[in-house]
Design a protein around this ligand. Structure first.
Ligand code: ATP
Length: 249
């Protein structure tokens, strides 16, 4: 591992209830990479991100982030989980939600810098006008930007995004990825998406994950092979179907 390696996974296996979810994963992500992980539902994408954050541990193999076990590298990781459900039982504003990303620890106060950083990212992401709104009153696309802001206020060196554009309409997706391209100048990004068509135009590498992983250095080639297969522009949404593109591997 050299100094520019951000994530390194070596011979990683993960099993749940006797079922192998990830098999012999070898992956190296370098500084300023922008990697998209695509694959069918249940292919193990979220599990892979959770291993990188250190929320779960591999059954076999090694995961290192910035050369350390993930839990020791966490202050440099921003993680936006998949948003499948949100409904807070208590009133919480957009500003407060994003401020939680800078949580200083028990019995410590938020600093002026914390407040300014939240303001900066809410403005950059175009949701400053929503700051006093209750989180339950936002649209899916708005809430995704708010949760992205919560990951970014940590000013991490590695940003992990699980399905960040799931609730964003196709017109807005391009501008969202352009924003990520800007952010990528300062931080390494790994994102999970089904949105192969859009993703392949913006990312530097694509990994296809369906229990095992295949990394492609040229995202446009991946798109071309999928489009050849389907004979049309594609936007993959797999629902328990076999991972068609694996035939090409
Ligand atoms: N806590 C759990 N208990 C039991 N099975 C689980 C658990 N977490 C994940 N799995 C199983 O592990 C497999 C991989 O799940 P994972 O969420 O990583 O897939 P994914 O590629 O992110 O799927 P999707 O595209 O639908 O989000 C699935 O078969 C899932 O049912």
């Amino acid at each position: 591992m050299n100094n520019s390696t951000v994530v390194e996974m070596k011979n990683v296996y993960y099993e749940i209830s006797g079922k192998i979810v990830l098999e012999n994963i070898n992956l190296k992500v370098e500084k300023n990479d922008f990697l998209a992980i695509i694959g069918p539902n249940g292919g193990g994408k979220t599990t892979l991100l959770k291993l990188i954050v250190g929320l779960i541990k591999p059954c076999k193999g090694v995961v290192k982030v910035f050369g350390k076990p993930p839990e020791l590298a966490r202050k440099n990781i921003g993680y936006m989980p998949q948003i499948t459900h949100y409904n807070y039982d208590f009133p919480i504003t957009v500003f407060e939600t994003v401020l939680m990303g800078r949580y200083p620890g028990p019995l410590k106060r938020y600093s002026e810098k914390d407040i300014k950083t939240v303001e900066k990212w809410l403005k950059k992401l175009g949701v400053w006008n929503l700051r006093d709104k209750n989180i339950n009153d936002l649209s899916g696309g708005q809430i995704q930007r708010v949760f992205l802001a919560r990951a970014l206020v940590r000013e991490p060196k590695l940003l992990l995004l699980d399905e960040p554009t799931a609730s964003i309409d196709p017109g807005t997706r391009n501008s969202f990825y352009k924003l990520l391209n800007k952010i990528n100048r300062k931080m390494t990004i790994i994102l999970v998406s089904h949105d192969v068509g859009v993703v392949s135009k913006h990312v530097k590498k694509i990994a296809c994950l369906n229990r095992r992983i295949f990394v492609h250095d040229d995202p446009k080639e991946v798109l071309k092979s999928i489009e050849e297969l389907y004979k049309c522009p594609v936007n993959i949404v797999f629902h328990e179907v076999p991972h068609e593109i694996s035939k090409k591997h």
